[in-house]
Design a protein around this ligand. Structure first.
Ligand SMILES: [Zn+2]
Ligand SMILES: [Zn+2]
Length: 73
């Protein structure tokens, strides 16, 4: 299990509600995490799996790992 920057991030990533087994279908799920990248993103609920990658935690402001940063290194 990955270590997330704060409790808000962790609880958001672990949120799975009863009505939406797929987190991408759930309007209450804000953030997704790619363990393989690793990177964090805000889900776009457009019926697909779109996401906007974020560089900083919206709750605690911690700089997050991002695919863009690691690609340019
Ligand atoms: Zn955080
Ligand atoms: Zn839901």
């Amino acid at each position: 299990m990955a270590n997330h920057c704060c409790e808000m991030m962790r609880s958001n990533l672990e949120t799975v509600c009863d009505r939406h087994p797929d987190r991408h279908d759930c309007p209450d799920c804000l953030i997704d995490f790619w363990p393989t990248a690793p990177a964090y993103g805000i889900m776009i609920h457009d019926g697909g799996n779109s996401m906007i990658e974020i560089s900083y935690c919206p709750w605690c402001g911690t700089k997050l790992p991002s695919r863009r940063a690691s690609a340019s290194r």
